[in-house]
Design a protein around this ligand. Sequence first.
Ligand code: N01
Length: 537
Amino acid sequence: MEQFDAIVVGAGFSGLYMLHKLREQGMSARVYEAGDNVGGVWYWNRYPGAKCDVESIYYNYTFSDALYKEWTWTTRYPDQPSILRYLNHVADRFDLRRDIQFRTRVTAAHYDEKTRAWQVKTDDGKTVAARYFISGVGCLSAANRPDIKGLDSFRGEVFHTGTWPHRPVDFTGKRVGVIGTGSSGIQAIPVIAAQADQLYVFQRTPQYSTPAADRPYDAEHMREVKENLGEIRTRIRDSWSGVPRSPIAMDRSALAEPPVQRRQTYEAAWQHGGWIHSSYNDLITDAQANETVAQFVRDKIRSIVKDPQVADKLTPDYLFGTKRPVIDTNYFQTYNRDNVTLVDIRQDPITEITPDGVRTAGTEYALDALVLATGYDAITGPLFRIDIRGKDGMSLQDKWAGGKEIHTYLGLANAGFPNFFTITGPQSPSVLSNMVCSIEQHVEWIADCLCHLRDEGLDTIEATVAAEQTWSRHCAEVAHTTLFPRGESWYTGANIPGKTMPFPIYVAGVNVYRGICDKVAANGYEGFALTRSGTAR
Ligand code: N01
């Protein structure tokens, strides 16, 4: 059986950097990647209009000055092709491909207590052994294909935004249906509408969305940015979300300002583009403050969408930001087009998909193509696709009661699963942060930890049950100081029938979180049991 120091799953932002760090430390590693190239979610998410909603200059690695200087982003928000080009460049620049096995899915990883190694099985029928098993599967890589009666009977083409084909898809002259109005649907809908003959949008829940105001970066700005990586890195790391916040009013409560001034603030943020919820410091902690921004966006929707009945259907009534907010390019304007129809499936539910289209309780919509923008079995989904078993054959799925309970230490490690690390795992800042910032922090922490184990001649590291309980409790307590747990969203599995999980994200901020992780390491990996040749210390 082949043996490695570490096996890493996934060749996205996490897996690529993890491999680079392991190699730097002289460790042997193999990365398994299901796709036939690097990129992770950015390899699969090729749907029309796919873009990141974190600004380009922040949504990239900051570990290498040379890499940062040699890559030039051309627009404020990076589109999918640019991000994929960037990750391919990273893979080539650091010669990473030779340790990545593509077109291979990890199916199982079992910890063998006798050898203190992980046995990792892949779908090519092989098993390899490694001392460390590291997940870089991401939080949004298990596509949610909805269980709608008759879906397989549809005669036209069916696409999922998260597994878009690698060939060009042309909707010209076609009648297209889109199910789902999350980030993916909201990005794809305006682009598909401009191409298709007719577009029918099947909306279950309306969304708060604000303009991205994407624009080209000018050359002088990019020159300055490249010269100031040190400062940018510090600002990213010192921020709450891994994105330096806009300076607009964020040191104040929304309720501390008179309504006229508050609206001016929101208007300025709307015109500037991007995340409006950083306009004040309490929009996500105080329901009354939250209502001020929610109402502002509702008014905007009503002012953009000409048909008041359509505007009503597009207007959300829940707490702003508790479902992942979206930034868009001409989303609400798209409903003013003659070839776009909004179907509110809460009022007129989909009863089945027929060979010819979508049937709702009231109408039948004839379609040539159907786009499922129905999101993901998020956060636990990608991990549960692998049969991960720790000590005594305990599976991660059983340990977390299928996702109904989540217990981790720092979102990085699990009691009962020695030498297993989850990059951006549940109960870390993950999806409520700039993922690349959080990935870099986790990868660097793990790499330092593995060096420590090697230097000290230690075999295993395992979170203690007590540390895990304390962390999970702390995570929940912090979450409940915010409005996040009050929303119905994929954060808690509300989008998947039968799935409910406790709020799985650590929301004290990437700055606070980094400090905690660093302190744990500085205190000799407090909260972990470290063992050497059968002895615990
Ligand atoms: O998925 P979603 P997504 N019948 O879960 C609906 C990141 N991302 O792929 O809200 C009918 O948000 C569902 O309805 P409801 C980002 O973190 C980032 O759009 O559950 N409808 C919802 O409208 C994002 O949040 C970027 O009631 C069904 C939609 O489908 C995350 O990925 C771009 C249904 C799914 O929305 C996921 O976004 C893209 C059913 N059976 C994604 N099942 C950027 O960086 C689900 N829906 C910009």
